[in-house]
Design a protein around this ligand. Structure first.
Ligand code: XMP
Length: 321
């Protein structure tokens, strides 16, 4: 019978055997899988692991800090953060088509990450690349959370010849709940281990319309309020996730104080699901919806209307784009 601590011991031993005295790179997405994979490898090879975190500017409030401070202080890992916010904003300027956005974000991500790989390879014997591939990913070789961009890229063999890595995949035999237990065993904070799914393209696909800095700030503020209120109501474990979507090209008339407003709606998309293949819209308590709505319309200047998405999947996907 496998206990969590025996899984950790066994994996640490295997990783040490595989990597020997080499060096490894791990891309962190802010998600559970890459964090736990990195923490395991760090246990095994210490500072011969370097983690790379790309801030593409499409993150939610607090996510960069979570990686740079909470994850680093829990693990002592070497971390390089690449601030690529401007680059992504430039590449996304004026783009409204969802697939186009996804392609641009994926492409830019790969370029930035490959540059980091090259820089590290120039500095030392980095021959290994750590991936947070889970058992279900192996079976379906499908989507997944967080590191999907890195995954799909590296798995399809799109690497230039001079950038060959041997993969280290310490979570290949584990399911998500086991990964979470391993994370806790390794001392990772709950905020990382229990994090709900968040798409690789981030807030870029939750702005319906073109992405710009102001819209990102608006959405980030509304999203933070929704997350705070859901957490305060103790609902984090009951919902799969709750995307907040900014309808940036829609305006409606409102009234605040004595003044007429002409602002944007945000959509709350709370869903319940087992595996994200199908989902039902979550019947959140009215009081919680009311608090989220009141706070968002009071605190986020550009937003004057909050609407609720009551569509299951199918026919709706969880994300709007
Ligand atoms: P959909 O919108 O297809 O989403 O119903 C299903 C689940 O996948 C997440 N999602 C992504 N995760 N990269 C990811 O890592 C992506 O490009 C991506 N798109 C969607 C979504 O949040 C939901 O949990």
């Amino acid at each position: 019978q496998w206990t969590t601590s025996s899984i950790v011991e066994e994996q640490v031993r295997r990783i040490s055997d595989q990597i020997g005295d080499g060096r490894a790179i791990c891309g962190l997405s802010g998600g559970v899988d890459s964090a736990v994979a990195a923490a395991l490898v760090q246990r095994a090879i210490g500072d011969r692991l370097t983690c790379v975190f790309v801030d593409h500017g499409l993150l939610r409030a607090g996510e960069r800090t979570q990686v740079e401070q909470d994850f680093v202080s829990a693990t002592g890992v070497n971390l390089i953060t690449i601030d690529a916010r401007e680059r992504f904003l430039d590449a996304l300027a004026g783009v409204t088509d969802p697939e186009q956005k996804r392609k641009i974000i994926g492409r830019e991500f790969i370029r930035v990450f490959e540059q980091a790989e090259r820089d590290l390879k120039a500095q030392g014997d980095y021959r290994f690349l750590v991936q947070g591939t889970l058992y279900p990913d192996v079976v379906e070789s499908g989507g997944g959370e967080g590191t999907a961009n890195i995954k799909s890229h590296h798995n399809v063999g799109g690497l230039p010849d001079d950038l060959q890595f041997e993969l280290v995949e310490p979570l290949r035999l584990l399911f998500k709940d086991e990964v979470r237990r391993v994370g806790l065993e390794l001392g990772l904070p709950e905020t990382i281990v229990q994090r709900q799914p968040f798409p690789g393209p981030g807030l870029g696909i939750r702005i319906i319309g073109a992405v710009d800095q102001e819209r990102l700030d608006t959405l980030r503020a509304a999203d933070l309020i929704a997350r705070e209120e859901l957490t305060a109501a103790g609902l984090d474990r009951d919902i799969w996730q709750c995307p907040v979507v900014l309808l940036a090209d829609v305006r409606s008339v409102g009234v605040q104080g004595d003044g007429r407003t002409y602002g944007h709606p945000v959509v709350l998309r709370p869903v319940s699901s087992e595996d994200a293949m199908t989902a039902d819209w979550t019947r959140l308590p009215y009081e919680v919806l009311e608090r989220i709505s009141t706070r968002i319309t009071n605190e986020v200047a550009e937003v004057n209307r909050v609407v609720l998405d009551v569509t299951s999947k199918p026919p709706g996907t969880i994300e709007w784009e």
